[in-house]
Design a protein around this ligand. Structure first.
Ligand SMILES: Cc1ncc(COP(=O)(O)O)c(C=O)c1O
Length: 388
Protein backbone atom coordinates (compact mmCIF):
# COMPACT_ATOMS: atom_id res chain seq x y z
CA UNK A 1 0.00 0.00 0.00
CA UNK A 2 1.27 3.43 -0.90
CA UNK A 3 1.75 5.26 2.39
CA UNK A 4 0.64 8.66 1.12
CA UNK A 5 -2.31 10.82 1.97
CA UNK A 6 -3.50 13.67 -0.20
CA UNK A 7 -3.21 16.99 1.64
CA UNK A 8 -6.29 19.00 0.64
CA UNK A 9 -6.35 21.63 3.39
CA UNK A 10 -6.22 25.38 2.69
CA UNK A 11 -2.44 25.43 3.18
CA UNK A 12 0.05 23.95 3.34
CA UNK A 13 -0.85 22.22 0.09
CA UNK A 14 0.62 19.43 -2.05
CA UNK A 15 3.87 20.62 -3.68
CA UNK A 16 5.28 19.60 -7.06
CA UNK A 17 8.20 17.09 -7.14
CA UNK A 18 10.44 19.78 -8.67
CA UNK A 19 9.75 22.17 -5.77
CA UNK A 20 10.40 19.41 -3.22
CA UNK A 21 13.65 18.48 -4.99
CA UNK A 22 14.81 22.10 -4.74
CA UNK A 23 14.13 21.91 -0.98
CA UNK A 24 16.22 18.75 -0.70
CA UNK A 25 19.36 19.81 -2.59
CA UNK A 26 22.44 20.68 -0.54
CA UNK A 27 22.38 24.16 0.86
CA UNK A 28 24.79 26.59 -0.78
CA UNK A 29 26.21 29.85 0.51
CA UNK A 30 23.77 32.74 0.32
CA UNK A 31 26.43 34.71 -1.56
CA UNK A 32 27.31 32.00 -4.08
CA UNK A 33 26.84 33.05 -7.74
CA UNK A 34 24.16 30.39 -8.35
CA UNK A 35 22.06 31.53 -5.40
CA UNK A 36 22.46 35.22 -6.21
CA UNK A 37 21.06 34.53 -9.70
CA UNK A 38 18.25 32.41 -8.23
CA UNK A 39 17.18 35.06 -5.68
CA UNK A 40 17.35 37.76 -8.36
CA UNK A 41 15.13 35.71 -10.68
CA UNK A 42 12.64 34.93 -7.90
CA UNK A 43 12.21 38.66 -7.18
CA UNK A 44 11.65 39.40 -10.88
CA UNK A 45 9.15 36.55 -11.22
CA UNK A 46 7.24 37.62 -8.12
CA UNK A 47 6.38 40.90 -9.82
CA UNK A 48 4.95 38.96 -12.77
CA UNK A 49 2.87 36.63 -10.58
CA UNK A 50 1.42 39.58 -8.64
CA UNK A 51 0.85 41.35 -12.00
CA UNK A 52 2.66 44.38 -10.63
CA UNK A 53 5.43 45.31 -13.07
CA UNK A 54 6.35 48.49 -11.12
CA UNK A 55 6.23 46.92 -7.64
CA UNK A 56 8.97 46.35 -5.09
CA UNK A 57 9.05 42.71 -3.99
CA UNK A 58 10.18 41.56 -0.54
CA UNK A 59 10.97 37.90 0.20
CA UNK A 60 11.60 37.39 3.92
CA UNK A 61 11.81 34.28 6.12
CA UNK A 62 8.59 33.99 8.10
CA UNK A 63 4.94 33.09 7.66
CA UNK A 64 1.98 35.01 6.27
CA UNK A 65 1.47 36.72 9.62
CA UNK A 66 4.94 38.26 9.25
CA UNK A 67 3.87 39.61 5.84
CA UNK A 68 0.88 41.29 7.55
CA UNK A 69 3.21 42.58 10.27
CA UNK A 70 5.61 43.97 7.64
CA UNK A 71 2.77 45.84 5.91
CA UNK A 72 1.55 47.37 9.17
CA UNK A 73 5.00 48.13 10.63
CA UNK A 74 6.15 50.02 7.54
CA UNK A 75 2.94 51.83 6.55
CA UNK A 76 1.28 52.70 9.87
CA UNK A 77 2.35 55.48 12.22
CA UNK A 78 0.87 56.09 15.68
CA UNK A 79 -2.44 57.95 15.38
CA UNK A 80 -3.24 56.82 11.81
CA UNK A 81 -6.78 55.71 11.01
CA UNK A 82 -7.17 52.30 9.33
CA UNK A 83 -10.23 50.57 7.88
CA UNK A 84 -10.46 46.76 7.86
CA UNK A 85 -12.87 45.15 5.39
CA UNK A 86 -13.57 42.19 7.64
CA UNK A 87 -14.83 38.83 6.37
CA UNK A 88 -13.57 36.59 9.16
CA UNK A 89 -10.75 35.53 11.45
CA UNK A 90 -7.93 37.04 9.38
CA UNK A 91 -9.66 40.45 9.21
CA UNK A 92 -9.71 40.41 13.02
CA UNK A 93 -6.02 39.52 13.01
CA UNK A 94 -5.14 42.40 10.68
CA UNK A 95 -7.04 44.78 12.95
CA UNK A 96 -5.03 43.60 15.97
CA UNK A 97 -1.73 43.98 14.12
CA UNK A 98 -2.59 47.51 12.93
CA UNK A 99 -3.54 48.52 16.47
CA UNK A 100 -0.20 47.18 17.73
CA UNK A 101 1.51 49.85 15.58
CA UNK A 102 -0.69 52.61 16.95
CA UNK A 103 -3.51 52.80 14.38
CA UNK A 104 -7.11 53.48 15.32
CA UNK A 105 -8.96 50.68 13.56
CA UNK A 106 -12.53 50.59 12.25
CA UNK A 107 -13.95 47.27 11.01
CA UNK A 108 -16.68 47.05 8.34
CA UNK A 109 -18.44 43.68 8.53
CA UNK A 110 -21.50 42.14 6.93
CA UNK A 111 -24.26 41.23 9.42
CA UNK A 112 -23.88 37.47 8.86
CA UNK A 113 -20.87 35.14 8.80
CA UNK A 114 -20.26 34.07 5.21
CA UNK A 115 -21.17 37.42 3.71
CA UNK A 116 -18.98 40.41 2.81
CA UNK A 117 -19.74 44.08 3.39
CA UNK A 118 -21.24 45.76 0.30
CA UNK A 119 -19.30 48.28 -1.76
CA UNK A 120 -21.84 50.88 -0.57
CA UNK A 121 -21.10 50.10 3.10
CA UNK A 122 -17.36 50.36 2.51
CA UNK A 123 -17.73 53.58 0.54
CA UNK A 124 -19.82 55.10 3.33
CA UNK A 125 -17.19 54.08 5.91
CA UNK A 126 -14.36 55.49 3.78
CA UNK A 127 -16.20 58.81 3.53
CA UNK A 128 -16.65 59.10 7.30
CA UNK A 129 -12.95 59.53 8.11
CA UNK A 130 -9.69 60.28 6.37
CA UNK A 131 -8.25 56.75 6.41
CA UNK A 132 -4.53 56.41 5.84
CA UNK A 133 -4.96 52.76 4.90
CA UNK A 134 -7.57 50.09 4.26
CA UNK A 135 -7.04 46.34 4.37
CA UNK A 136 -8.97 43.78 2.38
CA UNK A 137 -8.70 40.02 2.94
CA UNK A 138 -8.99 38.61 -0.57
CA UNK A 139 -10.06 35.18 0.65
CA UNK A 140 -10.67 34.77 4.36
CA UNK A 141 -9.60 31.19 4.97
CA UNK A 142 -11.89 30.94 7.99
CA UNK A 143 -15.06 31.52 5.95
CA UNK A 144 -14.04 30.89 2.30
CA UNK A 145 -15.49 34.33 1.55
CA UNK A 146 -13.87 36.02 -1.45
CA UNK A 147 -14.14 39.81 -1.58
CA UNK A 148 -14.55 42.03 -4.64
CA UNK A 149 -10.95 43.25 -4.43
CA UNK A 150 -11.16 45.14 -7.71
CA UNK A 151 -14.24 47.14 -6.63
CA UNK A 152 -12.99 47.72 -3.08
CA UNK A 153 -9.51 48.80 -4.20
CA UNK A 154 -11.02 51.30 -6.65
CA UNK A 155 -13.00 52.82 -3.76
CA UNK A 156 -9.96 52.99 -1.48
CA UNK A 157 -7.72 54.48 -4.15
CA UNK A 158 -10.43 56.99 -5.14
CA UNK A 159 -10.88 58.14 -1.53
CA UNK A 160 -7.18 58.46 -0.72
CA UNK A 161 -6.54 55.34 1.39
CA UNK A 162 -3.56 53.06 0.80
CA UNK A 163 -5.01 49.71 -0.32
CA UNK A 164 -3.45 46.66 1.35
CA UNK A 165 -4.59 43.19 0.27
CA UNK A 166 -4.07 40.08 2.41
CA UNK A 167 -3.75 37.60 -0.42
CA UNK A 168 -2.42 34.71 1.68
CA UNK A 169 -5.17 32.34 0.52
CA UNK A 170 -5.46 33.92 -2.91
CA UNK A 171 -2.29 35.06 -4.72
CA UNK A 172 -1.52 32.80 -7.71
CA UNK A 173 -4.97 31.19 -7.45
CA UNK A 174 -7.66 33.88 -7.38
CA UNK A 175 -7.57 36.53 -10.08
CA UNK A 176 -5.67 39.53 -8.75
CA UNK A 177 -4.10 42.26 -10.91
CA UNK A 178 -2.19 44.35 -8.40
CA UNK A 179 -1.16 47.29 -10.54
CA UNK A 180 -4.22 47.50 -12.80
CA UNK A 181 -6.53 47.31 -9.75
CA UNK A 182 -4.65 50.06 -7.82
CA UNK A 183 -3.55 47.79 -4.98
CA UNK A 184 -0.73 49.50 -3.09
CA UNK A 185 0.52 46.44 -1.25
CA UNK A 186 -0.33 42.77 -1.70
CA UNK A 187 1.03 40.02 0.49
CA UNK A 188 1.03 36.26 0.73
CA UNK A 189 2.92 33.30 2.17
CA UNK A 190 4.70 30.49 0.39
CA UNK A 191 2.56 27.53 1.52
CA UNK A 192 -0.66 28.21 -0.37
CA UNK A 193 -1.26 28.83 -4.08
CA UNK A 194 2.37 29.95 -4.50
CA UNK A 195 3.22 26.26 -3.98
CA UNK A 196 6.29 26.24 -1.68
CA UNK A 197 6.60 24.74 1.84
CA UNK A 198 5.81 27.11 4.73
CA UNK A 199 8.46 29.68 5.68
CA UNK A 200 8.37 32.65 3.31
CA UNK A 201 6.56 35.96 3.77
CA UNK A 202 6.04 37.53 0.33
CA UNK A 203 5.14 41.19 -0.14
CA UNK A 204 4.91 43.37 -3.25
CA UNK A 205 4.65 47.11 -2.56
CA UNK A 206 3.59 49.57 -5.24
CA UNK A 207 4.91 53.12 -5.68
CA UNK A 208 2.33 54.82 -3.40
CA UNK A 209 3.14 52.39 -0.57
CA UNK A 210 6.88 52.97 -0.96
CA UNK A 211 6.30 56.73 -1.02
CA UNK A 212 4.19 56.56 2.17
CA UNK A 213 7.01 54.56 3.78
CA UNK A 214 9.65 57.09 2.67
CA UNK A 215 7.55 59.98 4.02
CA UNK A 216 7.19 58.49 7.51
CA UNK A 217 7.82 60.82 10.43
CA UNK A 218 8.05 58.09 13.08
CA UNK A 219 10.74 55.38 12.92
CA UNK A 220 9.59 51.82 12.09
CA UNK A 221 9.13 50.26 15.52
CA UNK A 222 9.86 46.65 14.48
CA UNK A 223 13.51 45.78 13.91
CA UNK A 224 13.07 42.60 11.81
CA UNK A 225 10.26 43.96 9.62
CA UNK A 226 11.89 47.32 8.81
CA UNK A 227 12.10 48.03 5.07
CA UNK A 228 15.05 50.34 5.77
CA UNK A 229 16.96 47.11 6.41
CA UNK A 230 15.34 44.93 3.74
CA UNK A 231 15.07 47.28 0.75
CA UNK A 232 18.85 47.34 0.11
CA UNK A 233 18.88 43.54 0.33
CA UNK A 234 16.10 43.09 -2.25
CA UNK A 235 17.55 45.76 -4.55
CA UNK A 236 21.00 44.23 -4.13
CA UNK A 237 20.01 40.67 -5.04
CA UNK A 238 17.98 41.91 -7.98
CA UNK A 239 21.07 43.77 -9.24
CA UNK A 240 22.92 40.45 -8.65
CA UNK A 241 24.95 42.09 -5.86
CA UNK A 242 24.23 40.32 -2.59
CA UNK A 243 24.02 42.20 0.67
CA UNK A 244 23.45 40.92 4.18
CA UNK A 245 20.86 41.74 6.82
CA UNK A 246 19.57 38.30 7.91
CA UNK A 247 20.59 34.99 6.34
CA UNK A 248 18.13 34.24 3.53
CA UNK A 249 16.39 30.83 3.67
CA UNK A 250 18.41 29.48 0.76
CA UNK A 251 16.48 26.26 0.02
CA UNK A 252 13.07 27.90 0.36
CA UNK A 253 14.09 30.65 -2.05
CA UNK A 254 15.39 28.07 -4.52
CA UNK A 255 12.06 26.24 -4.24
CA UNK A 256 10.23 29.56 -4.68
CA UNK A 257 12.11 30.27 -7.89
CA UNK A 258 11.18 26.82 -9.24
CA UNK A 259 7.53 27.25 -8.31
CA UNK A 260 7.26 30.79 -9.74
CA UNK A 261 8.76 29.48 -12.97
CA UNK A 262 6.11 26.72 -13.06
CA UNK A 263 3.35 29.24 -12.34
CA UNK A 264 4.48 31.55 -15.15
CA UNK A 265 4.92 28.58 -17.47
CA UNK A 266 1.25 27.70 -16.92
CA UNK A 267 0.36 31.39 -17.43
CA UNK A 268 -1.63 33.54 -15.02
CA UNK A 269 -4.85 33.53 -17.06
CA UNK A 270 -4.77 29.73 -17.47
CA UNK A 271 -4.01 29.36 -13.78
CA UNK A 272 -6.95 31.53 -12.71
CA UNK A 273 -9.21 29.53 -15.08
CA UNK A 274 -7.97 26.17 -13.72
CA UNK A 275 -8.63 27.28 -10.15
CA UNK A 276 -12.16 28.35 -11.13
CA UNK A 277 -12.85 25.01 -12.85
CA UNK A 278 -11.58 22.85 -9.98
CA UNK A 279 -13.50 24.96 -7.49
CA UNK A 280 -16.72 24.66 -9.48
CA UNK A 281 -16.27 20.88 -9.55
CA UNK A 282 -15.88 20.67 -5.75
CA UNK A 283 -18.78 23.02 -5.14
CA UNK A 284 -21.01 21.11 -7.57
CA UNK A 285 -20.21 17.89 -5.69
CA UNK A 286 -20.93 19.48 -2.30
CA UNK A 287 -24.27 20.86 -3.54
CA UNK A 288 -25.23 17.53 -5.13
CA UNK A 289 -24.56 15.82 -1.79
CA UNK A 290 -26.99 18.25 -0.16
CA UNK A 291 -24.46 20.20 1.95
CA UNK A 292 -24.70 23.98 2.42
CA UNK A 293 -21.63 26.22 2.33
CA UNK A 294 -20.50 29.01 4.66
CA UNK A 295 -20.35 31.72 1.94
CA UNK A 296 -23.87 33.00 1.43
CA UNK A 297 -23.78 33.03 -2.38
CA UNK A 298 -21.58 31.88 -5.27
CA UNK A 299 -20.36 35.43 -6.00
CA UNK A 300 -18.94 35.62 -2.43
CA UNK A 301 -17.14 32.27 -2.67
CA UNK A 302 -13.42 31.59 -3.01
CA UNK A 303 -11.99 29.43 -5.76
CA UNK A 304 -9.04 28.36 -3.62
CA UNK A 305 -11.12 26.55 -0.99
CA UNK A 306 -14.61 25.31 -0.17
CA UNK A 307 -16.22 25.46 3.29
CA UNK A 308 -19.24 23.11 3.60
CA UNK A 309 -21.38 22.80 6.73
CA UNK A 310 -21.66 19.25 8.07
CA UNK A 311 -25.08 17.82 7.26
CA UNK A 312 -27.44 17.11 10.18
CA UNK A 313 -26.15 14.36 12.48
CA UNK A 314 -22.55 14.57 11.19
CA UNK A 315 -19.63 16.21 13.02
CA UNK A 316 -15.85 16.46 12.80
CA UNK A 317 -15.47 12.68 13.33
CA UNK A 318 -16.23 12.52 9.60
CA UNK A 319 -12.82 14.09 8.88
CA UNK A 320 -11.18 11.04 10.51
CA UNK A 321 -13.06 8.73 8.12
CA UNK A 322 -12.04 10.92 5.15
CA UNK A 323 -8.44 10.63 6.32
CA UNK A 324 -8.74 6.84 6.51
CA UNK A 325 -9.86 7.06 2.88
CA UNK A 326 -6.57 8.83 2.07
CA UNK A 327 -7.41 12.55 2.08
CA UNK A 328 -6.64 15.13 4.77
CA UNK A 329 -9.17 17.96 5.12
CA UNK A 330 -9.33 20.82 7.65
CA UNK A 331 -11.87 21.51 10.39
CA UNK A 332 -13.55 24.86 10.99
CA UNK A 333 -11.58 27.95 12.06
CA UNK A 334 -14.07 30.78 12.59
CA UNK A 335 -14.66 30.76 16.38
CA UNK A 336 -18.45 31.30 16.12
CA UNK A 337 -19.11 28.28 13.85
CA UNK A 338 -15.94 26.23 14.33
CA UNK A 339 -17.66 22.90 15.05
CA UNK A 340 -20.27 23.23 12.30
CA UNK A 341 -18.20 23.13 9.12
CA UNK A 342 -15.05 21.80 7.45
CA UNK A 343 -12.69 23.12 4.78
CA UNK A 344 -11.34 21.68 1.54
CA UNK A 345 -8.33 23.40 -0.05
CA UNK A 346 -7.90 23.13 -3.81
CA UNK A 347 -5.14 25.42 -4.97
CA UNK A 348 -1.66 25.45 -6.43
CA UNK A 349 -0.81 22.27 -8.28
CA UNK A 350 -4.14 20.54 -7.45
CA UNK A 351 -5.42 18.51 -10.42
CA UNK A 352 -8.75 17.13 -11.63
CA UNK A 353 -7.79 13.69 -10.33
CA UNK A 354 -7.01 15.17 -6.88
CA UNK A 355 -10.52 16.65 -6.89
CA UNK A 356 -12.14 13.31 -7.79
CA UNK A 357 -10.08 11.50 -5.14
CA UNK A 358 -11.13 14.11 -2.59
CA UNK A 359 -14.83 13.95 -3.45
CA UNK A 360 -14.65 10.14 -3.35
CA UNK A 361 -13.10 10.26 0.13
CA UNK A 362 -15.71 12.80 1.29
CA UNK A 363 -18.50 10.47 0.11
CA UNK A 364 -16.91 7.62 2.03
CA UNK A 365 -16.53 9.78 5.16
CA UNK A 366 -20.10 11.06 5.02
CA UNK A 367 -21.44 7.55 4.54
CA UNK A 368 -19.40 6.18 7.47
CA UNK A 369 -20.65 9.09 9.59
CA UNK A 370 -24.19 7.92 8.97
CA UNK A 371 -25.31 10.36 6.27
CA UNK A 372 -27.57 8.86 3.60
CA UNK A 373 -27.18 9.63 -0.11
CA UNK A 374 -26.77 7.70 -3.34
CA UNK A 375 -23.04 6.80 -3.63
CA UNK A 376 -21.44 8.53 -6.59
CA UNK A 377 -23.76 11.56 -6.48
CA UNK A 378 -20.96 13.98 -5.65
CA UNK A 379 -18.49 12.29 -7.98
CA UNK A 380 -20.90 12.52 -10.93
CA UNK A 381 -21.50 16.23 -10.28
CA UNK A 382 -17.75 16.96 -10.04
CA UNK A 383 -16.96 14.89 -13.12
CA UNK A 384 -19.67 16.66 -15.14
CA UNK A 385 -17.93 20.00 -14.43
CA UNK A 386 -14.46 18.63 -15.10
CA UNK A 387 -15.52 17.05 -18.41
CA UNK A 388 -17.51 20.07 -19.64
C1 LIG B 1 -6.05 34.94 4.67
C2 LIG B 1 -4.92 34.61 5.58
N1 LIG B 1 -4.18 35.60 6.09
C3 LIG B 1 -3.14 35.37 6.89
C4 LIG B 1 -2.78 34.09 7.24
C5 LIG B 1 -1.64 33.87 8.16
O1 LIG B 1 -0.63 33.16 7.50
P1 LIG B 1 0.38 32.23 8.32
O2 LIG B 1 -0.41 31.14 8.94
O3 LIG B 1 1.32 31.73 7.26
O4 LIG B 1 1.05 33.09 9.33
C6 LIG B 1 -3.50 33.02 6.74
C7 LIG B 1 -3.18 31.63 7.09
O5 LIG B 1 -3.87 30.69 6.78
C8 LIG B 1 -4.60 33.28 5.87
O6 LIG B 1 -5.31 32.30 5.36
Amino acid sequence: MKDKTLLMIPGPIEFTPEVLRAMGTSTVSHVSPGFIECFGQALERLRQVFLCPGGQPFVIAGSGTLAMDIAAANLVEPGDEALVVNTGYFGDRFGTILERYGATVTHVRAPVIGDAPTLEDVEAALKEHRYKLMTITHVDTSTAVCTDVKGLAALGAGLGALVVVDGVCAVAGEEMRQEEWSIDLALTASQKAIGVPPGLALVVAGSRAMEAFRNRKAPVSNYYADWNEWLPIMEGYEARQPRYFGTPPVNLIRALNVSLDQILEEGMEARFARHRRLSEAVKAAIAALGLRQVPVSPDKTATTLTAPYYPPGVDRKMLGYVKEAGVVLAGGLHPDIKTQYFRIGHMGAASASDILATVGAIEKGLSQAGYHFKPGTGLAAAQAVLMA
